[in-house]
Design a protein around this ligand. Structure first.
Ligand code: NAP
Length: 250
């Protein structure tokens, strides 16, 4: 039987889809045949991405949602299920990192905000998905900062290590109906990473330790997400696929 890398007629929710990695994943899902629901806090950015996907012949429903607020996440999944039908795939991608500095210097507010969006938000979305569907595929966007030490981004790294742990446990607890996997990107050129990429010293340190000798563009994360959502990955669950250009192998 040929491997099926398509997402034909699948309903996929992508969080943090108004720009960066989430936008690239949403575009790739639509191109692979999915009807995509786009979530992030600001409606305007989502509307622009949805219009652009539609102009390319795809289908996208833009829904404003703060992923750290469980009531809004429930409402997101209600609306998507009502308008598009049962959800088949979820890409947990909305993330934040409000603090850059030594780990012990973080404020309680910044600590809580990071965990609210990056960890609780992912859990809220998986719960809302699992409560409304008989099965499907979850893709959690983690980070290499959840695998290796993350100096100056320590609490952010803790949230991403939590995502990798959550991925394994949910794969066991929600299997066999649901598959749950993660992607751990390296350095990707987005607004989120602008401070790192525009700092010559940090960028050069990362790039020189990367086998492919460059940082990534957002679309380079999308193929892995589509694969993990598709039936081509039907026997893969609980895994974290590292997409870092070879940073963590050096
Ligand atoms: N860029 C990298 O180098 C890199 C590396 C490893 C992992 N990652 C991970 O990749 C994911 C995407 O990051 P990115 O680099 O693409 O960043 P980005 O371009 O800044 O995009 C972040 C997205 O998340 C949304 N968002 C932020 N807070 C939200 C909230 N509370 N509720 C709903 N949506 C929210 C933003 O939209 P609104 O502002 O409208 O809410 C935006 O759509 C994150 O999980 C990040 O940790 C990034």
């Amino acid at each position: 039987m040929p491997a099926d890398f398509t997402l034909t007629d699948k309903v996929v929710v992508v969080t943090g889809a108004s720009r960066g990695i989430g936008e690239a994943i949403a575009r790739a899902c639509a191109a692979a045949g999915a009807r995509v629901a786009l979530a992030s806090r600001r409606q305007e950015g989502l509307d622009d991405v949805a219009a652009s996907i539609a102009a390319d012949g795809g289908s996208a429903l833009p829904v404003a949602c703060h992923m750290g607020k469980p009531g809004e996440v429930e409402a997101l999944f209600d609306r998507v299920t009502d308008e598009l039908g049962p959800v088949d795939g979820l890409v947990n991608n909305a993330g934040t990192n409000p603090y850059f500095g030594p780990m012990l210097g973080i404020t309680d507010a910044a600590f809580d905000k990071t965990f609210e969006v990056n960890v609780k938000g992912y859990l809220y979305a998986v719960r809302a998905f699992a409560d409304r569907a008989d099965g499907g595929s979850v893709v959690n966007v983690a980070s290499v900062n959840g695998i290796d030490a993350a100096p100056l981004q320590g609490v952010y790294g803790m949230t991403k290590a939590s995502v990798i742990s959550m991925t394994k446990t949910l794969a066991v607890e929600l299997g066999p109906a649901f598959r749950v996997n993660a992607i751990a990107p390296g350095l990707v050129e987005t607004r989120f990473a602008a401070t790192l990429i525009s700092n010559d010293e940090i960028r050069e340190r990362v790039v020189s330790a990367t086998a492919l000798r460059r940082h990534a563009q957002p679309h380079e994360m999308a193929g892995t997400a589509v694969y993990l959502l598709s039936d081509a990955s039907s026997y893969t669950t609980g895994q974290t696929i590292v997409a870092d250009g070879g940073l963590t192998i050096t």
